[in-house]
Design a protein around this ligand. Sequence first.
Ligand code: 1HE
Length: 269
Amino acid sequence: MSEALITYELDGPVALIGLNRPDKRNAINDALVDELNAAVQRAHEDANVIVLHGHGSNFCAGLDLAEALARASGKITPPRKRRRHNWHMVFDQIARGPIPVVAALHGAVVGGGLELATAAHVRVCDETAFFGLPEGQRGIFVGGGGTVRIQRVVGTTVMMDMMLTGRLLNPAEGLQEHIVRYVTPAGQALAKAKELAQRIAQNTIETNWKIVNVLPRIQDVSHDDGLFFEQLNSAMARPPEVEQRLREFVEGKAKPLVAKDEAKDAGAP
Ligand code: 1HE
């Protein structure tokens, strides 16, 4: 049997999902999308938080261009199930699934790799990372939700420039354009992502679900509707665990909040 294109590991409440095609720079082919889909579904059953990372020297080189060529030249036709497991559906399961996802990025984070990264909720990179959208150079277009998600993250001006000119962003620029929130020294993005995931896992499952599901939806509606949804969600039934957490705070027993400038501790400028 050939080696898995996706690795899956459970570390307490955190599922580690790794892109595992390092010899092809973790380029995304149909088989990898299917395995990613299965891993994400499994994590939704097993875990409270996902860490998404790449094996080898890059996070992800985007669409598998060799497979895309084979398809464009009629050498292969996509299997029927691709209609169900396409990029949009799988990336949406990451972005709007029940649990938060932290992405650990390094090396190439380009094309579909950047689309995948921006489906995650918190993104960390190390100083080897670079971000790009080389679709223009390849004669294709983004197809993994980038027009919706990347444009929201970096804004039209930056995405337009990246797509038209092929400009690559370095980690400092990635931080400036909100592609990442944390920059670490080389080789430490995964460790930082795991640390953040363990911290996120200490929140209640219900609040994490609301954060990753309510925030992006409120971004899509009007001011009035947003306030209405917010009210509905804050009024939703509170499990006993919430009462206990509120009591801990009121009685002075809650843990202090984490230092505000911790992004700087993580190596950010
Ligand atoms: C690939 C791919 C790939 C590498 N599809 N095989 N993505 C791109 O335009 C990025 C294309 N890749 C690169 O620019 C470079 O490979 C990297 C900068 C990512 C890494 O460079 P490097 O020097 O470490 O590796 P390499 O020697 O270029 O590649 C190593 C192998 O990986 C080589 O295969 P080999 O059999 O000759 O060893 C490459 O062919 C292979 N490889 N990247 C297929 N992408 C749904 S829409 C989304 C649209 C997009 O994602 S567009 C962006 C596509």
